[in-house]
Design a protein around this ligand. Structure first.
Ligand SMILES: *[C@@H]1O[C@H](CO)[C@@H](O)[C@H](O)[C@H]1NC(C)=O
Ligand SMILES: *[C@@H]1O[C@H](CO)[C@@H](O)[C@H](O)[C@H]1NC(C)=O
Ligand SMILES: *[C@@H]1O[C@H](CO)[C@@H](O)[C@H](O)[C@H]1NC(C)=O
Ligand SMILES: *[C@@H]1O[C@H](CO)[C@@H](O)[C@H](O)[C@H]1NC(C)=O
Ligand SMILES: *[C@@H]1O[C@H](CO)[C@@H](O)[C@H](O)[C@H]1NC(C)=O
Ligand SMILES: *[C@@H]1O[C@H](CO)[C@@H](O)[C@H](O)[C@H]1NC(C)=O
Ligand SMILES: *[C@@H]1O[C@H](CO)[C@@H](O)[C@H](O)[C@H]1NC(C)=O
Length: 510
């Protein structure tokens, strides 16, 4: 293991102020790090960063050793220092890449059920943690169109009878209990900067050959238009409740619907989906009052990108209707260069990470309270996606219970916030802070910028914010500390710091 023994420089990092914050109430459950405990009277908070005094920058650290958004304001250095072990990060803010759309999670039924299992004050602290300016400042969230595997039962909006014109379409009780009221509180906390996109899971049984919520199956050909109308009906019903959508995906995981899975889905082969978007969904949406909504296709694993996108976008209509591609997390061991290829072929389409979670299937136990590696996995994946043209990253369930549910098909997983209803508490996991190291400091409209690093021992993304602040997010997955020097075309001074082993650091300077 590398050590810093031979480094003899003194680092001029003087802490100036520790801003008034409400710190994490730490608790260990025996995993590699800690959770922060919130209840009805207490929850940790972090103020929105403001431009620091001239000659200084600000850094926020979270670490396996227990720091959470630990803030330090420190002086720049003009001293020319050299050390063999130092990692030099050279930023050039004049070279700009994609513009950031944002960060968030999903308003699943299970998220709503768990938040509603807390009393009003505690539930308020939870939503505040995600959406307010003292929380993660989420601005881009996914809303399932009816049930998912994170519901208490399988359902669609229109199961009861074969009603091709959908004249009796109405929202479900779940919309009014678990989604709409929570979305309104979130919108309020985020001062209306929250953008939503909607995704379907299964179609009504009567639209499918096998008359089941699950696959392997595809839609009946004569149901292509009713299924497109169903998307439109959903947008209309939510508009009646005062909720507007920014985006709409062509459906969650078409690949899942093609295999024997317990997850409710609609399977699509590429040529079927191409026909449906070209002849049904595209015209239906673009000729409606929701014509400017962003249409996002794929909404599935990385392996689907090369298999589906080229096939579907050969069709000029599909190419015109589609605004972006949605990416899921679970095959993230595939090379991210696939995303570069997608971007290079379709530079006017965005790529958005639309779903992620840890603790899936064999990765037991599903919930690991305080596990640092799961937070690291989030940060590593976000940096990989962002450095390959992805414009934002949206998590899956925002709150689950202590066993990672409810899920009516027993598909338990982990979540950045775990609710303990009987104790009236919730626990913020390392994943919450890992995502927050981006969502809180890299607002919508920021742009990724170029950097080079002299050694490959850190994972890094660099951005310029709409207020012209420069943001450097650094993940150290090594057990040892690493000294860094940040140089940028837009500052005369340099930044010297030690990036602690097993930590995530966000550095901002203006
Ligand atoms: C809530 O958390 C605070 C801070 O940890 C603690 O002082 C207080 O006793 C807790 N309240 C309840 C009702 O558990
Ligand atoms: C819609 O369906 C209902 C009941 O199935 C029927 O009464 C009605 O005429 C249909 N409307 C149209 C426009 O087809
Ligand atoms: C929105 O926030 C205001 C205070 O900022 C509060 O009075 C109001 O009740 C909130 N509305 C909702 C739906 O949460
Ligand atoms: C992907 O594209 C980015 C931006 O153009 C570039 O920095 C990176 O090296 C590319 N990566 C690969 C694996 O092609
Ligand atoms: C949840 O709260 C109950 C009741 O206070 C307690 O017995 C249980 O251990 C708590 N679970 C966790 C994970 O802290
Ligand atoms: C950011 O910098 C650009 C060019 O350097 C300038 O035109 C713009 O006004 C600045 N924006 C803010 C918010 O300071
Ligand atoms: C930044 O990149 C631009 C464009 O490639 C180049 O002209 C400029 O010299 C670079 N600046 C530095 C400090 O490397």
């Amino acid at each position: 293991m590398q050590t810093l023994k031979n480094v003899v420089i003194f680092l001029p990092v003087l802490s100036l102020t520790i801003a008034l914050q409400k710190p994490c109430q730490r608790r260990s459950y025996g995993y590699s790090s800690i959770v922060c405990v919130c209840n009805e009277t207490y929850c940790d908070e972090t103020q929105r960063p403001s431009k620091p005094l001239d000659g200084t920058y600000v850094a926020y650290t979270s670490s396996k050793s227990g720091l959470r958004f630990y803030q330090e304001n420190a002086y720049f250095s003009r001293t020319i220092l050299h050390a063999a072990d130092i990692t030099v990060i050279n930023i050039n803010t004049t070279v700009r890449y994609q513009t950031i759309l944002g960060w968030g999670g999903a308003f699943t039924d299970s998220t709503g059920i768990n938040i509603n299992s807390l009393n009003a004050a505690t539930a308020n602290n939870l939503l505040r943690s995600y959406f307010s300016k003292v929380g993660l400042e989420y601005n881009l969230c996914r809303v399932p169109i009816r049930g998912t595997d994170f519901s208490t039962h399988g359902y669609s909006y229109h199961d009861d009878k074969e009603d091709m014109n959908l004249s009796s379409f109405k929202l479900a009780a779940e919309d009014f209990q678990y989604k709409i009221p929570l979305i309104k509180v979130a919108q309020n906390f985020s001062k209306d900067k929250l953008r939503l996109f909607a995704s379907t899971w299964t179609a009504p049984k009567w639209m499918k050959h096998n008359e089941k919520y699950t696959g392997p199956d595809v839609l009946k050909k004569e149901m292509y238009q009713p299924w497109a109308n169903y998307f439109l009906k959903f947008l209309e019903k939510y508009a009646e409740e005062g909720i507007k959508f920014w985006g709409l995906t062509t459906g969650n995981e078409p690949s899942t619907g093609l295999v024997p899975s317990k997850i409710n889905s609609v399977g699509w082969l590429p040529w079927q989906m191409e026909q449906w978007i070209s002849n049904n969904l595209g015209p239906t949406i673009r000729n409606s009052k929701f014509s400017s909504i962003k249409l996002i296709t794929i909404d599935d694993q990385l392996f689907m990108f090369p298999l589906y996108i080229d096939w579907m976008l050969r069709n000029e209509n599909v190419k015109r209707y589609i605004d972006g591609f949605g990416l899921h997390y679970y095959w993230n061991w595939l090379p991210k260069s696939i995303l570069n290829n997608t971007h290079n072929k379709y530079p006017d389409k965005f790529i958005l990470a639309t779903e992620a979670c840890e603790g899936v299937s064999l990765n037991l136990p599903h919930v690991k309270l305080g596990d640092w590696e799961r937070g690291e996995n989030y940060a590593f994946d976000i940096i990989g996606d962002i450095n390959h043209w992805t414009a934002g990253w949206v998590d899956w369930n925002m709150a689950l219970n202590e066993i990672g549910g409810p899920t009516y098909i027993d598909n338990f997983v982990d979540s950045p916030i775990i609710v303990n209803a009987s104790a009236g508490e919730f626990y913020k996991q390392p994943m919450y802070y890992a995502l927050g190291h981006f969502s809180k400091f890299v607002p919508e409209g920021s742009q990724r910028v170029k950097y080079q690093q002299s050694k490959n021992n850190l994972d890094i993304s660099t951005f310029v914010r709409p207020d012209n602040g420069t943001v450097v997010v650094i993940l150290n997955r090594n057990d040892y500390n690493i000294q860094i020097k940040i140089k940028s075309n837009n500052m005369i001074e340099e930044i010297y710091r030690i990036i602690g082993g097993r930590s995530i650091v966000t550095i901002l300077h203006w």
